[in-house]
Design a protein around this ligand. Structure first.
Ligand code: GLU
Length: 298
């Protein structure tokens, strides 16, 4: 099943930060990619706060993100969509997947998965690490029912083999090229947990469709995730946006800029007296590294 031919209507792009810290230059680069694409073609640029994980997200960061963007002159259209206000949308998508028979509950702990991967000599490996080895997919119905009754914690995983039997081969438009989806890179990903409405994969797929996004611009560390997003779009009957995964900014030592590595924040640069133009020039001209590596979104 191929994505619909790239439409020629107004381009709708988005920037979707998680408010788990202040913006750094890498975020600004991402935001500018989407903003320029929309503004250049008379389209719309949307802002979404990916704040489902209430343990890691803070309102203070959310407010600072909006303030920094506005200060930089990166304006957005319409209200900001906050994922934490739309749990019902993710629930409905999960129910639909359940009705298709492509979900199963997984009771494995992280430690059990690591042990199983090691025992099996390594499950299929993508650049995001080994895929889930499928332990819980093979459990019998009675065992599963007993575990659910006992109140054991679980996650909902996608049964990728069943999903692909329904969707057939998939692709997407990356820049000007067609790219074949290889969802096995990620395998049976987690889509939700017992007490957690949606994983990144489910929420982002649902949101991009609800917001009418036609072009997804984001860092190439998320390109691996797109292989699974295509499967979810096909299962849920959602349109496929075009994608542009841009190279990541690096520091002088060639390391990817990241919150957890202490990349300097836009807040700090502002306090040090840098102007909007200087920060934008740095974000667009900073060195970047060629494609490699991906974050573990499983
Ligand atoms: N929320 C993700 C992040 O902050 C971005 C997700 C996306 O653009 O698809 O890295």
């Amino acid at each position: 099943m191929s994505p619909a031919a790239a439409d020629c209507g107004p381009t709708v792009t988005r920037f979707a930060p998680s408010p788990t810290g202040y913006l750094h230059l890498g975020h600004v680069r991402s935001a500018l990619e989407g903003w320029r694409a929309a503004r250049h073609r008379g389209g719309r640029f949307l802002l979404r706060l990916e704040d489902i994980d209430r343990t890691r997200c803070r309102d203070e960061y959310a407010a600072a993100i909006l303030e920094d963007l506005a200060w930089l002159g990166v304006d957005w259209d319409g209200p900001v969509r906050k994922q934490s206000e739309h749990f019902g949308d993710y629930r409905r998508a999960l129910d639909k997947l359940d009705a298709l028979g492509v979900l199963y509950p997984c009771f494995c702990t992280r430690r059990e998965i690591q042990a199983e991967v090691a025992r099996a000599g390594g499950a299929p490996h993508g650049d995001a690490g080994p895929a889930y080895p499928g332990t819980c997919r093979r459990r019998g119905a009675e065992e599963v029912a007993a575990k659910l009754r006992s109140g054991t914690d679980y996650a909902w995983r996608l049964d990728l083999a069943r999903a692909l039997a329904l969707t057939g081969p998939l692709d997407w438009i990356e820049g000007e090229c067609t790219r074949q989806a290889d969802p096995a890179l990620l395998g049976d990903v987690v889509l939700a947990r017992k007490e957690f409405p949606a994983s990144y994969h489910l929420a982002v797929t649902v949101d991009d469709a609800i917001q009418g996004v036609t072009l997804v611009t984001r860092g190439e560390d998320l390109a691996t995730a797109t292989h699974i997003h295509r499967v979810l779009q096909a299962l849920l009957g959602l349109p496929t946006p075009r994608y542009r995964h841009h190279p990541l900014l690096t520091d002088a030592a060639g390391r990817r800029l990241a919150k957890r590595e202490g990349a300097p924040t836009i807040r700090l640069m502002r306090q040090q007296g840098m102007t909007q133009a200087e920060i934008i020039a740095l974000a667009e001209a900073a060195p970047h590294r060629p494609a490699s590596g991906a974050r573990g979104w499983r």
